[in-house]
Design a protein. Structure first.
Length: 202
């Protein structure tokens, strides 16, 4: 490597370090937005709720996905609305806020107006970014002592979002119905429905 090539290489590496520091600073500001929104919310085990979005962010790559992961429950579980969240994110990353918050909006399940399957379909149609963050969210939830019903729900969602096997909305609905049967402790119904031909046991 010539002296000029060394100088160019060092300049490129220096630029990468500066860019990473800038992105880290921006992500820290996004974390502050999420932390303030969730406040003192807790998980069902009593742990701080905001630890969950931070873990989800660790499971995805890229600034946009990490930012959306940090904020993914803000619209669903806090008093923050779309307009105010967008304004705050735009202040951190001008011009990029709408992309990040649109992912957050796609990940927001309005349980009053849509079924879980309709929600998953909307996430899948929205973008690969939304799917990646949702899969990371589910993976973290699977490590958080899920109930048998939640296990069925999360595994069905992973199959559908990840495109594993011959998944169809109808087949996923069948699995979710098996989950409902689990909840109702209807063992015969659970065995009849199964999961892709495999019996689900409580």
């Amino acid at each position: 490597m010539t002296e000029d090539e060394k100088i160019m290489h060092e300049a490129r590496e220096g630029a990468k370090i500066i860019e990473k520091r800038l992105l880290d600073d921006k992500l820290n500001k996004i974390i502050e937005i999420g932390a303030r929104a969730h406040g003192d919310q807790t998980r069902r085990d009593g742990s701080n709720y905001f630890a969950h979005p931070k873990r989800v962010a660790e499971r995805v790559n890229g600034f946009t996905r990490k930012a959306a992961a940090i904020l993914h429950d803000v619209l669903e579980d806090t008093e923050e609305d779309y307009a105010s969240l967008l304004k705050k994110v735009e202040e951190v990353v001008p011009g990029e806020g709408i992309r990040i918050v649109s992912i957050v909006q796609a990940l927001t399940h309005d349980k009053e107006y849509e079924t879980y399957l309709e929600y998953l379909e909307r996430v899948k149609v929205h973008s690969p970014d939304a799917v990646k963050v949702k899969v990371a969210d589910i993976m973290d939830n699977l490590n958080d002592n899920p109930t048998p019903v939640e296990m069925v729900k999360y595994l069905a969602a992973l199959i559908y979002l990840s495109g594993l096997g011959e998944e169809t909305p109808e087949k996923i609905l069948e699995i979710l119905e098996a989950g409902k049967a689990l909840k109702d402790k209807n063992e015969k119904q659970v065995k009849r429905l199964g999961t892709f031909g495999k019996t689900i046991h409580s």
